[in-house]
Design a protein. Structure first.
Length: 190
């Protein structure tokens, strides 16, 4: 489910039934793709994996001993079909944990590019937080307006010349005030 619903976007844009639900849903989904990766979630990036027999080991760049525990169910994504899915942790080390995989041969440790994700239970539903809902709606409206009139962008700081592109680095910056309490500190590097 998208953070912004099709009905909300349709009402905010005032487009009535002029556009199909599928067209508006694609904009809502795009807004989620922009917004949700920056929100703080109970997950860690997987940088490498390897296995011996049916024991797969997933590697991280930081100490995970206080993040994951033996017996915990985690959802693994973007690490290959033999690792992906909901798995139970069998051992936890400083920067790695092991799970049971469907591998039948040994594979040495090797990098996962782009990084995979190990996600544990989440304790917050961002779709129910009004500030997140408003930020998502604002981003959806910006995406829609950029599709309909791409030269209606912002104004540059040197001469107030209209910018032809509004989907730049300021897209998320315009709603950062609404998102500030929920942003993942790891997403704000740079």
């Amino acid at each position: 489910m998208s953070t912004t619903t099709v009905a909300e976007l349709r009402t905010a844009l005032g487009v009535g039934t002029l556009y199909t639900d599928a067209v508006l849903q694609s904009v809502c989904d795009a807004a989620d793709n922009v917004l949700l990766p920056f929100l703080w979630k109970n997950e860690q990036p997987i940088v490498a994996h390897g296995n011996v027999g049916t024991v797969g080991t997933l590697y991280f760049n930081e100490d995970i001993r206080e993040v994951f525990y033996v017996g915990q169910s985690v959802t693994i994504t973007n690490t290959g079909t033999k690792y992906n899915g909901t798995k139970t942790i069998t051992t936890v080390g400083i920067k790695e944990f092991s799970i049971t995989t469907t591998h039948t041969s040994d594979n040495p440790r090797h990098t996962v590019v782009p990084f995979g994700t190990a996600a544990a239970e989440t304790y917050v539903d961002y779709t129910t937080i009004p500030a997140i809902q408003e930020a998502s709606l604002m981003i959806s409206i910006d995406i829609w307006q950029s599709r309909q009139a791409p030269s209606s962008g912002g104004v540059s700081i040197d001469g107030f010349t209209p910018s032809p592109y509004r989907m730049g680095n300021t897209l998320l910056a315009r709603v950062r005030g609404l998102l500030a309490p929920y942003l993942d500190p790891r997403s704000m590097v740079g």
